[in-house]
Design a protein around this ligand. Structure first.
Ligand code: UT7
Length: 307
């Protein structure tokens, strides 16, 4: 069986917040944020629904698919607009979809968890699944806490996956979850995101490398075969450390966190879209898509683009 990515779209707020702007109200500065994270600016605004609708509509347009041709919507989000109903249902209504719709929360691994779930749905009779990663993280940030405020941001990205009996983009997956690490990165109801940054950093590098190696072994490739690594965008130093351990030079990694910060489940589709805009996605090439986040959760996939 095969599943192909047939369209992509993004939706980000217009409002750009630079490091310098944050430094006006927080005890931080552009030099620290740039050096320790790689982030220069981020987008703030919108909701999981509003950004998700923009990204979803653009992905449908890119795929040349009408709303009635989508069989299932999965919204990966850590920051739904409400506890109930699922934000996916609101997005489906706004987009004119008439299909099942659900939210999926695997924190920053959410987009890849949703792609894995979509693959399963395509295997069992669905023709096209819309996967959206959309986040309104700024709502759950204490803007007086410099530890989190410089990192998290808002944004959305989406893709349409289509069943194809002859071609397959998704060669392998390696996913995991470790609830013993739940307290390392949390956000309580009515609370704010809090994180043991250094510990999350260490574990993130470990799980990315481990799951990437498993996914590559399953796909029968080595890191030499990868044209692109499209990682979750949390910290440039995490991406550098993981790439170094995987023997991948940084010019094969896609980095957009300098412009978008950490957008959790939106970060991988935002990075893919940027790579495609810059003509870095070519038919037949192998790519590693890899995410990690609160839970902890992690998810890697090896992809070979069929278009
Ligand atoms: O999306 C999924 C999960 N999230 C992540 O993967 C994030 C993982 N963690 C990280 O990216 C990094 O650990 C951080 C960027 C959060 C922090 O970087 P770090 O190099 O681990 O810094 P640190 O926490 O060890 O702090 C170093 C110093 C501390 O000061 P002292 O104790 O050395 O005097 C902090 O208080 O930097 C200080 N600091 C800041 N200074 C200026 C912490 N945040 C800031 C700030 N501006 N925003």
């Amino acid at each position: 069986m095969g599943a192909r990515f047939i369209g992509w779209g993004t939706g980000v707020p217009d409002r750009i917040v630079t490091n310098d702007e944050l430094s006006l109200t927080l005890d931080t500065n552009d030099a620290w944020i740039t050096e320790r994270t790689g982030i220069k600016e981020r987008r703030i605004g919108g909701t999981a629904k509003s950004l998700g609708v923009i990204a979803g509509n653009r992905a449908l347009e890119d795929a040349g698919v009408e709303p009635e041709n989508i069989d299932f919507l999965i919204l990966a989000t850590t920051t739904p607009d409400r506890i109930a109903p699922a934000t996916a249902v609101l997005i489906a209504h706004e987009m004119g979809l008439s299909c099942p719709a659900m939210d999926l929360n695997a924190a920053c691994s959410g987009f890849m968890y949703a792609v894995r779930t979509a693959y399963g749905l395509l295997e069992t009779g669905n023709k096209r699944v819309l996967v959206i990663g959309s986040e309104n993280l700024s709502r759950w940030v204490d803007w007086s806490d410099r530890n989190m405020a410089v990192l998290l941001a808002d944004g959305a990205g989406a893709t349409v996956l289509e069943y194809d009996p002859t071609e397959n983009d998704l060669l392998s997956f390696s996913l995991g979850a470790e609830g013993a690490d739940a307290d390392l990165l949390t956000c309580e109801h009515e609370g704010f995101f809090q994180m043991d940054g250094a510990e999350v950093f260490r574990r993130a590098v470990r799980v990315v490398v481990d799951s990437a190696e498993k996914a590559m072994a399953m796909a029968g490739i080595t890191s030499d075969d990868l044209s692109l690594v499209i990682p979750h965008q949390a910290n440039i130093r995490i991406i550098q450390a993981a790439c170094q351990r995987l023997n991948v030079e940084m010019d094969r990694a896609v980095v957009v966190l300098d412009r978008y910060g950490n957008t959790s489940s939106a970060s991988i589709p935002l990075a893919f879209f940027d790579a495609r805009e810059n003509d870095r996605v070519h038919k037949g090439d192998y790519a590693l898509l890899t995410g990690f986040g609160a839970g902890m959760t992690w998810a890697s996939a090896v992809v070979r683009w069929s278009k």
